[in-house]
Design a protein around this ligand. Sequence first.
Ligand SMILES: *Cc1c(COP(=O)(O)O)cnc(C)c1O
Length: 434
Amino acid sequence: MALPKQGRSPADVLASLDTMRESDADWRRGRTFSLVYWATDEHTKLLHDAYGRFFMENGLNPMAFPSLRRFETEVLATAAELFHGPDAVGSMTTGGTESILMAVKAAREWARANKPHVTRPKMLVPTTIHPAFEKAAHYFTVEAVHMPVGADFRVDLAKAEALLDDDVILIVGSAPSYPQGVIDPIPALAALAKSRGILCHVDACLGGFLLPFVEQLGRPVDPWDFRVDGVTSISADLHKYGFAAKGASCVLYRDRALRKHQFCSYSRWPGGLWASPSMTGTRAGGALAAAWACMQHLGEDGYLAQAKEILATTDRFLEGIRAIPELQVMGAPVMSVFGFTSDVVDVYGLGDAMEALGWKLDRLMDPPGLHCMITPVHAPVIGEFLADLRSCIGRLQAGEPAPDGSAAMYGMMGSLPDRGAVDDILKDFLDGLG
Ligand SMILES: *Cc1c(COP(=O)(O)O)cnc(C)c1O
């Protein structure tokens, strides 16, 4: 596709954009359960306005835009306060993946300095950990060794301990995990790490900006933050349950010494002295401004009110699903993220039947399940969602075939002992996109 010979008017271009989005996921009507975290129209407008004000500014050079530096410092200080780390410092990043990449990279550099005998570093991660850790393993050559989870979908400690050896530099847990929304036994994992003199990272990309308020509302939350002795770093996404604009996450370290291992500098470049805290060079000023504006606008009372609404909505989803005898909620989810499965119908067929009705539910594997992440946008659709679930189950049980969808592929995958071939298929899929 060549450039248009003659440029088009803004109105014409915008009209094209609107047409092109017509078949996009319909997140505003609560039909999707991931990807978009929406609070209210007023909140979204504030994010737009704040982002727009700093649309052109670049967070690359901290000296050029003191405003951006201040947004970042204050957002991180607020996160440190929420996570109970009095000396914690960190960096804002573009997302959970970058936060995780940075934590693993910092751990690797820390080990090079403090554990020089380790030439092939490893990290212990739960099987349920977010694949950003597989990406970090791939990019930074830190081998990911998987700790099995128990029937409650939390790390099985005895099995984890058996995997420890002298090459392990980092132990990781989730707060909560993406698939089942449960918190790993962080105090035990952190104690294990501390007893070995190694690091412990908590992936709170989902829970970082919701769990503190869930706890304040008096719900039981297993300890996961810097109050836990031995936790050395935490990743938490502002652009998920922090309700900031996309492109905003943070990674925090218990102290400054550890954060230094994240940084990169070069003093021999003909272009001048150079130093960079994280993966990216240019950094969108808007994302920093919107995250700051978001925290200031919501405040503690706003986050609390929102957490209350999210938990109440989640409770109604969970009660409704538990009342359907053919379905089982997986484990004991702590906040607004959960998986459910069925011992009667094929859940992948159920997922495809629901999708035909417009509901986009992510699929879980090993064991099979369907996945929900609840936000305020889902409160009005609970009744319709549960009714559709029941009717889809009824039709599947009556022998009606599920519509074509992902069931065939997921079904086949379950029977494959070696997923290497599937990895190739997945890369071919990416290759085929464009
Ligand atoms: C979303 C998520 C990540 C990765 O975050 P991105 O912003 O998508 O890069 C990491 N861990 C968990 C538990 C997540 O849910």
